[in-house]
Design a protein around this ligand. Structure first.
Ligand SMILES: [Zn+2]
Length: 326
């Protein structure tokens, strides 16, 4: 593994590498950022670097320690993985028991706790005790989407590293180099990813429906704005069938609305769906400016997530879309 395998986050990588070279390693890190930013991948590379016998700005990938890391078989790397349920006290008790023992082979032991905010209060309190008297040969890396969900007393004893959204350009080059994506596909996936690398990779690999549905949804949007209010009844089944992935409709629509706004302002080069430029121009002629339509779509998505009546939220959204295009 190499640091370059995680796209972006250059400042974070530089500071981690520097801390190893200067031997200024914290005993506990928090990697904070949205899902899909490469926090776990970077934690693994950092762990490998800390255990590597010949580290120079990257793990050597040749020493025994690196070989074991690359085959996911290193006795001094411990990963607690709870994406779905809570991390219970017994699990933290086991961690603590192991943390005060000597490493098996290396000079250090590394603990990665995924979704650290899933620790129960008892687990977190138990964990806190190890931070009060940290053993010198252990490094703990807590991964979380939001450090505010951790106990403040834990956060204050750790070094927090915030992952930032990756620039569209960085994601685009990454997709071209690592996923053999064509320029046009890479640009669209980078834009649809919202700066989240793994999401972009999933779009390119076809694991994410967003791209496949792009044309379908733009055409549906066209139909909605060119129909009268009867369309709400006509589309009832469509939206009921797509209830579980309504975000695909909403996200695509938001990107399409933004495209229309670019065209209205003669900024066509910023469009994502460039292959629909002609239609965007037509829509741009009838869309009211300053309509707040993107905000409305976002609110619809939020409302549905907070269990507002689904049908009501959709009907309301469709009516507002029609209003803005009259
Ligand atoms: Zn090595």
């Amino acid at each position: 593994m190499l640091f370059s395998q995680v796209a972006g986050q250059e400042e974070i990588k530089a500071s981690l590498i520097k801390s190893i070279n200067n031997n200024q390693i914290s005993h506990c890190y928090i990697f904070e950022g949205p899902k899909g930013m490469g926090k776990y991948e970077l934690a693994l590379i950092f762990a490998q670097s800390l255990l590597c016998e010949k580290f120079i700005s990257n793990p050597c990938n040749e020493c025994l320690s690196c070989v074991k890391m690359n085959s996911e078989n290193h006795p001094d790397l411990h990963v607690i993985n709870h994406e779905e349920d809570t991390i219970k006290r017994e699990e933290i008790d086991a961690l603590i028991e192991s943390i005060y023992k000597k490493p098996y082979e290396s000079e250090r032991k590394i603990y990665i706790i995924k979704a650290a905010h899933e620790m129960t209060v008892q687990a977190a309190n138990t964990f806190l005790k190890t931070l009060e008297e940290p053993p010198g040969d252990s490094v703990v890396i807590l991964l979380t989407t939001n450090a505010n969900l951790l106990l403040p007393t834990i956060v204050s004893r750790c070094q927090t590293i915030k992952f930032r959204n990756v620039s569209r350009e960085t994601i685009k080059s990454y997709l071209k180099e690592n996923c053999s994506a064509a320029d046009k596909d890479a640009a669209i996936a980078a834009e649809y990813s919202g700066g989240i690398l793994n999401k972009a990779v999933n779009i390119i690999k076809g694991n994410d429906d967003i791209l496949n549905k792009r044309a379908e949804i733009i055409n549906l949007f066209d139909k909605i704005i060119n129909s009268d209010s009867e369309i709400i009844y006509e589309l009832e089944n469509y939206f009921e069938d797509n209830k579980d992935n309504i975000d695909i409709f909403i996200e695509n629509s938001m990107i399409w609305i933004r495209d229309i706004m670019f065209v209205q302002n003669n900024m066509d080069e910023l469009m994502i769906n460039k292959d629909f430029n002609r239609l965007a121009k037509i829509h741009g002629q009838s869309m009211k400016r300053d309509s707040n339509l993107i905000e409305l779509m976002q609110n619809t998505s939020d409302n549905i997530k907070s269990n507002v009546n689904y049908k009501l939220a959709i009907d309301n959204m469709l009516l507002k879309i029609q209003e803005v295009f009259k």
